[in-house]
Design a protein around this ligand. Structure first.
Ligand code: FPP
Length: 248
């Protein structure tokens, strides 16, 4: 049976790109007297459910913040556990992604990932590259300041050998970011009651609507995604204009 939240969604007014800061795996595990890694494993269930729900709705891009450049400072066991979980998950879900016409992509500094994680990821990206229903973008070893600095350095490097047309505009700068070709998210969801951006998509979130959920990520279900979308649909996106200008 269709949930009341789903029934209330206006399919004509969906965000085409949703970005998610999946937070609260550790606290969820603590609450259940389990090791932190168990929280991440439960988090994978939510990843599966939210990916499925997004594709069903017709969302075109879903970006998940899976590992930040700062996450390396966590205990080694947790970091290694997360990396193995990524490999396992990508391998286990590849057929489902294929069957559902979902394209896997990644943003972040992949060169620093353990070899087996990078290999599994790149092979998943390669296998699904022709899929067109939805892009599932994993932010891995990602941070926005890293991304912006990389773009600046690439531009500076290039300018040594070529004439770069100045001034650089937003479209040109965006093309140097790892999200090149991906539209900015219209909706950002952060779970677990935290209200921070945590170095995620700083450039791309300039006009994004934020939805904060108190639910820990492992408990985040389709219903919670629908609530976030309904919240988004209640907002009026003005892009710096007045309400009167928008109404016209
Ligand atoms: C935040 O919870 C979660 C992470 C840093 C990792 C998210 C990873 C997964 C859900 C599993 C793998 C993902 C994919 C895409 C296959 P936290 O550990 O910061 O929680 P806490 O704030 O309660 O400690």
């Amino acid at each position: 049976m269709e949930s009341p939240e789903l029934a209330a969604i206006d399919i004509q007014n969906l965000p085409q790109h949703i970005a998610v800061i999946m937070d609260g795996n550790g606290r969820w595990a603590k609450l259940h007297n389990m090791p932190r890694l168990f929280g991440h494993k439960q988090g994978v269930k939510a990843v599966r459910e939210i990916t499925e729900a997004s594709a069903e709705l017709g969302i075109k891009f879903l970006t998940l913040y899976a590992f930040s450049t700062e996450n390396w400072s966590r205990p080694e066991m947790e970091v290694m556990g997360l990396m193995s979980l990524l490999v396992e998950t990508i391998k286990a879900e590849l057929n489902t992604l294929e069957k559902n016409n979902i394209r896997l992509r990644a943003i972040g500094d992949l060169s620093k990932l353990p070899d087996n994680t990078r290999t599994a990821l790149l092979s998943g990206i390669e296998k699904t590259k022709r899929n067109t229903r939805m892009d599932l973008v994993l932010a891995l070893n990602y941070s926005s300041r890293w991304e912006i600095l990389s773009a600046v350095n690439k531009i500076a490097e290039q300018s040594k050998n070529e004439n770069i047309h100045l001034p650089i505009d937003e479209a040109v700068f965006s093309s140097y970011l790892s999200t090149n070709g991906i539209p900015d998210p219209e909706l950002l969801i952060r779970t677990s009651g935290e209200h921070r951006i945590s170095n995620f998509l700083l450039w791309q979130l300039a006009y994004t609507e934020f939805h904060f959920s108190n639910v820990f990520w492992p408990d985040f279900r389709k219903k919670n995604l629908y609530e976030a979308i309904l919240d988004f649909q209640k907002r009026q996106r003005r892009f710096g204009k007045t309400s009167e200008q928008i109404a016209r």
